[in-house]
Design a binder for this molecule. Structure first.
Ligand code: SF4
Ligand code: SF4
Length: 305
């Protein structure tokens, strides 16, 4: 075990039932090289800690402004404090001074041992259900050294480990970390190169190449497709997904994840504009219609997950 490696985690979800088989604990690692228009975890994108502010909890007492060493908070009595995010260093002084928890620093540093020990607390549930732990993000491969140590440690403890990834990573590193996982949950966000680049900020080709390498290696894969109305749910795109997946030698299960706007409030808390305001989630009937296109081709398909 190498000493001194730490990682930044922005959330731990316990009793997760959609992040791999059985009951699981999912650790969300900070940092992501993609910039998906529909991202519902905006707090995970920045590789550094970020400040979150919940206006509904604020008493307008001004304690945060008095505590800020950067002079980043503008406060006038009777109003809500305004934070200059460019000046904010996410030092946490305002969060410590806030009497209501309206301010919070998102991103906690862990050693691999510390994180695995925390995740291990639910081991009896994993054992009873055939579950385990899942590394998600952000993009977990954006903290490769930390992830590697966590995967090695988890395996030593006999845990089932899943990796939830966009697949956008340097191929050798990607394969090395995928080989340390029992299952890869692969987010395939589009089948059109140009649109993928436009809506996620990165090319599709290296993602497809990395996915192919998982099949060549025989690493179990679950495909996760976020269904974003008007973007990747047109007939040509659905046909492209079905053609590609149904021709694979081992047909992976497919999980269609309907777009939702639950992340909207998170954007407000971070002071970041949400770019898909007004987009409606697909209806259940629409999701079932899409699912039929996959099942007709002999693919195991699930809605949600
Ligand atoms: S986190 Fe630190 S720098 Fe940022 S607003 Fe709070 S006190 Fe100021
Ligand atoms: S310290 Fe907390 S409650 Fe007081 S003004 Fe700042 S955010 Fe609001």
């Amino acid at each position: 075990m190498k000493g001194g490696i730490t990682g930044l985690v922005f959330d731990i979800k316990r009793y997760a039932i959609h992040d791999g088989p059985g009951i699981r604990s999912t650790a969300f690692l900070k940092g992501c090289p993609l910039d998906c228009l529909w991202c519902h975890n905006p707090e995970g994108k920045d590789p550094r800690p970020v400040l979150s502010f919940v206006e509904a909890r604020c008493l307008s007492c001004g304690a945060c402004a008095a505590a800020c060493p950067e002079g980043a908070i503008d406060f006038s009595p009777g109003s809500f404090p305004k934070t200059n995010r460019e000046r904010c260093t996410a030092c946490g002084a305002c969060a410590a001074a806030c009497p209501t928890g309206a301010r919070e620093i998102i991103g906690r540093r862990y050693t691999p041992q510390g994180l695995i020990e925390e995740l291990l607390q639910d081991r009896p549930f994993f054992e009873a259900s055939g579950g385990g732990i899942t590394f998600s993000g952000g993009e977990p491969l954006a903290q490769p050294e930390f992830l590697r140590e966590c995967l090695i440690l988890a395996r030593k403890k006999g845990l089932h480990v899943a990796l939830d990834t966009s697949g956008y990573a340097e191929p050798r590193l990607f394969l090395e970390l995928a080989r340390l996982s029992h299952l890869v949950l692969y987010d395939l966000k589009d089948m059109d190169e140009e649109r993928h680049r436009k809506n996620t900020g990165v090319p599709l080709a290296p993602i497809m190449k990395n996915l192919q390498s998982l099949f060549e290696e025989g690493i179990p894969v679950w495909i996760r497709i976020p269904v974003i109305p008007g973007m990747n749910d047109g007939p040509e795109t659905i046909r492209a997904y079905v053609d590609f997946l149904s021709r694979l030698p081992t047909k992976p299960p497919v999980f269609l994840l309907p777009y939702h706007d639950i992340g909207k409030e998170k954007y407000r808390r971070l002071g970041v504009p949400s770019r898909l305001d007004g987009l409606k989630p697909p209806s259940r009937a629409r999701m079932e219609e899409l699912a039929r296109a996959f099942s007709k081709a002999g693919l195991e398909v699930h809605i949600g997950g």
